[in-house]
Design a protein around this ligand. Structure first.
Ligand code: HEC
Ligand code: HEC
Length: 439
């Protein structure tokens, strides 16, 4: 039933939209309504990437999908992007930290809704999706290849050669770097199509936007209380905002700084250095947009001490699929994530940063409510799909099921060994309270 309310705007109050159809008064306040509306609408249309001339083009998207599942691009011929970015896990791998040719320092990021981001990687070391896609090909701990190996793999395999020709309108040329960057651009074109589907929260948000009381009342009370906490006392909203639930920026949550005992992960500080030195940033020669329209943020980014230990604010959609959490994979469950926010060690937070975070000392009921809210950000089961939503993802899930992905990475003993190492690191970190690097 549609209420006699205007679609949006000041006339919408929590009491009018939410309370009347409810046996219980809604925990949400009037000032929460505009914030709730700003979490949508979902799904947003695909965002074109002017720095990538094949962005949005069907032949490049098809070639990118093919490349994503091709282990031949790696140095040992056994690791594909899809080995670590598995469709059924929201394109992550279920491990605390990614394992390719060797174990890396960071948790494998999910690959949904990438077109909405400005910075890529936990440290934002790349300002565009194709540079971020070239990185794992060349990283010695991930796929360990060279520009030459990538270019040769495409020239030598008839299937890939044909894919390249269809996507770029010519044979792969003799310039290895050009061909490898084109490979990355096709990979980016495909990844940019991966949009997460609609969630119970989106249904609620639209019901609020349209003043549909009965539909809004279907959203569980516990999730409403969690949402009220998210927007209110929890202050989650200061960083996790907008349709992706991320401000796209970097913050320090006071997690330990050591990647291994004795070795620090500098986070955003290292990311800015890498970004500024990269040949593949938006200021460099491979940006296909002569106007460099999207390069403004890159030109203005400045390296400051406060960037030590800052990591990207992740989006919060579909977290059900992407445990463990945090840049170092140190939280096995969402409950552990909330415990971190609840107990926060203020000594560890940078004194020169904004004081956005205080220990929340959540009650058990508040923890359950926040979990119910986060759970409502998981997409609805297939079948309730909307245009521009799940289709590409479902196809990728089906494809992964039939594709042999580097099986040795997921042998139970390898995974168990990996988990053991991760928890040993975590324990040793807890014992020697690390200091932030000198600033
Ligand atoms: C060994 C496992 C592994 C492989 C193989 C791998 N990745 Fe990743 N991927 C990761 C990890 C770990 C991160 C986070 C890295 C970081 O922040 O330092 C990541 C991050 C990303 C991101 C950034 C997402 C974001 O939200 O910022 C993209 C895009 C990406 N990978 C694409 C690819 C592509 C394309 C390939 C194949 C060419 C690939 N990855 C191969 C583990 C892997
Ligand atoms: C000061 C900004 C800020 C605030 C406030 C904040 N977060 Fe975060 N959140 C982050 C950052 C940054 C990360 C990643 C940190 C890392 O891995 O080093 C993160 C990570 C997370 C994750 C893990 C996601 C993943 O994929 O690993 C969840 C869940 C989360 N936050 C939920 C919340 C909730 C719930 C609240 C409120 C209780 C909250 N956040 C408040 C910045 C913030």
């Amino acid at each position: 039933m549609k209420g006699a309310l205007p679609a949006l705007g000041a006339a919408l109050t929590a009491a009018v939209v939410l309370a009347s159809a409810e046996p219980m008064p809604s925990p949400l306040r009037d000032e929460d309504i505009p914030r709730i509306l700003a979490f949508g609408p979902w799904p947003p249309p695909p965002q074109p990437d002017p720095s990538n001339r094949v962005s949005g083009q069907p032949a490049a998207i098809a070639f990118g999908r093919q490349l994503f599942h091709t282990p031949a691009l790696s140095a040992n011929g056994r690791i594909a992007c899809a080995s670590c970015h598995q469709a059924a896990r929201g394109f992550s791998d279920g491990l605390p930290r990614g394992v390719g040719l060797a174990r890396g320092d960071r948790n494998t990021l999910a690959l949904l809704d990438l077109d909405l981001q400005r910075w890529y990687g936990w440290d934002g070391a790349n300002d565009n999706l194709w540079a971020q896609s070239l990185r794992p090909l060349l990283d010695p701990r991930e796929m360990g290849a060279s520009l030459e190996h990538v270019a040769r793999s495409v020239r030598d395999a008839p299937g890939l050669r044909a894919g390249y020709r269809a996507a770029f309108g010519s044979e792969p040329g003799a310039d290895d770097e050009r061909v490898a960057v084109d490979v990355a651009k096709a990979l980016a074109a495909w990844q940019a199509t991966l949009r997460s589907g609609r969630t119970p929260f989106d249904e609620f948000r639209d019901a609020v936007a349209h003043g549909e009381r009965e539909a809004a009342a279907h959203y569980p009370q516990a999730a409403q209380r969690g949402l009220a906490l998210f927007l209110g006392r929890g202050r989650c909203y200061t960083c996790h905002l907008g349709p992706s639930f991320s401000n796209g920026e970097f913050h320090d949550l006071g997690l330990p700084h050591f990647a291994e005992p004795g070795r620090v992960d500098p986070g955003r500080h290292g990311g800015i250095r890498k970004l500024q030195q990269s040949r593949y940033n938006l200021l460099g020669p491979f940006n296909d947009d002569p106007a460099r329209g999207s390069a403004t943020s890159t030109a203005h980014v400045a390296l400051e001490h406060r960037h030590y230990g800052e990591f990207k604010v992740p989006g919060l959609r579909n977290l059900r699929d992407t445990a463990p959490y945090f840049h170092d994979g140190s939280a096995a469950t969402l409950r552990e994530v909330l415990r971190h926010y609840s107990e926060l060690n203020e000594e560890r937070l940078h004194a020169d940063g904004e004081r956005l975070l205080v220990p929340l000392t959540l009650s058990p009921q508040e923890t359950e409510d926040l979990l119910a809210f986060l759970d409502s950000l998981n997409e609805l089961p297939a079948g309730s799909a909307v245009p521009g939503g799940r289709a590409q993802v479902d196809e990728a899930v089906a494809r992964d099921r039939t594709a042999p992905a580097a099986p040795e990475l997921h042998r139970p003993d390898v995974v168990a060994d990996h988990r053991k190492k991760a928890s040993a690191i975590r324990r040793s970190r807890q014992q020697n309270e690390p200091e932030a690097p000198a600033r």
